[in-house]
Unconditional design. Structure first.
Length: 246
C-alpha cells in the first residue's frame, strides 16, 4: 500500500494514477513555457515510467506541485513570475521537494542564484537528454522520503497516526479538522483557494454552506494558536487560507 493514505484523496484525479504497486511511480512536475521543450519532456519522462505533468506558468505550477511531488523541473524564465521567486517559495513550503533548475541563463552568477534560491541541481539549455535523465534519476532517488510527518512553525502533523501537536503538546482535532489541516500544511508554499479546500476536504458534490469551512478554520485556530502570537493559519481575503503566520 502506498503511504500517506490521508493525502491520497487530496491529489487531483489527473495525477492520481494509483497503480496499486508497492512503489508508486515518482511524480514529476515540469514547469516550462517553451512549447518546443515542455510537452516532449513530459512524453520522455512518462516513457521512462515517471508520472510527469506540465505546468506552463508559475500559477499552474502552484496548483500542480504539492507534497506528493518528488521533483520539480523548473525553467527560470516564466511568463507570470520570476522562476527564482517560485523556486524560493517552493523550497520554503516543501522542504522535501527536489528542484532541478533548467534554464537558458548559462551565466555562472545565475547558476549561483538558482542554487541560493534552493535548487538542488542545475542544467543549462541546450542540454543533452541523456544528461537530463541522469540528473532526474539522481534527484528522484535523493528525494525519496517515507516520512508522513509535516510541520509548520509550532504545529506538527503526522498523517500515519493522525496525531497533531502544537508547541509539542498533543491537540485533539476532529476528522474534518484534521483533513483541512493536512491539506493546508502539505500546501504551505501557497494560498489554498476556498473552493479547493471545500472540494478536497468535504467533496465535490457538497452543497453545504461555505461557512462550514470558516467554522473549521476557527476551531483549528482555537486549538493550535498560542495567546499573543500570530495565528498559524493566515486568511487571504477573497481567496482562501495559507498555513503559516502572515
Ligand atoms: Ca521560458
Amino acid at each position: 500500500m502506498p503511504i500517506a493514505a490521508p493525502s491520497r484523496r487530496f491529489v487531483d484525479d489527473a495525477r492520481c494514477i494509483v497503480s496499486g504497486d508497492v512503489d508508486p511511480p515518482a511524480s514529476i512536475v515540469i514547469v516550462e513555457d517553451d512549447p518546443g521543450i515542455g510537452p516532449s519532456l513530459v512524453r520522455t519522462l512518462t516513457a521512462q515510467g515517471y508520472r510527469a505533468v506540465l505546468a506552463t506558468t508559475a500559477t499552474e505550477a502552484d496548483a500542480l506541485i504539492d507534497d506528493s511531488t518528488r521533483l520539480a523541473i523548473l525553467d527560470l524564465g516564466l511568463p507570470d513570475e520570476d522562476g527564482l521567486d517560485l523556486c524560493r517559495r517552493l523550497r520554503a513550503g516543501l522542504p522535501d521537494l527536489q528542484i532541478l533548475v533548467l534554464t537558458a541563463r548559462g551565466e555562472e552568477a545565475d547558476m549561483v542564484l538558482g542554487l541560493d534560491a534552493g535548487a538542488d541541481d542545475y542544467l543549462v539549455k541546450p542540454f543533452r537528454l541523456a544528461e537530463l535523465l541522469a540528473r532526474v534519476r539522481v534527484c528522484v532517488r535523493r528525494g525519496t522520503n517515507d516520512s508522513t510527518g509535516r510541520s509548520c512553525g509550532a504545529v506538527t502533523v503526522d498523517a500515519a497516526t493522525r496525531a497533531v501537536r502544537a508547541g509539542g503538546e498533543v491537540v485533539d482535532v476532529r476528522p474534518k479538522e484534521f483533513d483541512l489541516l493536512w491539506k493546508l500544511i502539505t500546501n504551505s508554499h501557497r494560498v489554498v483557494p476556498r473552493d479547493e479546500l471545500i472540494d478536497d476536504v468535504w467533496d465535490e458534490n457538497w452543497f453545504g454552506s461555505t461557512k462550514t469551512l470558516d467554522i473549521h478554520i476557527w476551531a483549528l485556530r482555537q486549538k493550535l494558536d498560542r495567546p499573543g502570537e500570530p495565528s498559524c493559519i493566515t486568511t487571504v481575503r477573497g481567496v482562501g487560507y495559507r498555513m503559516g503566520p502572515p
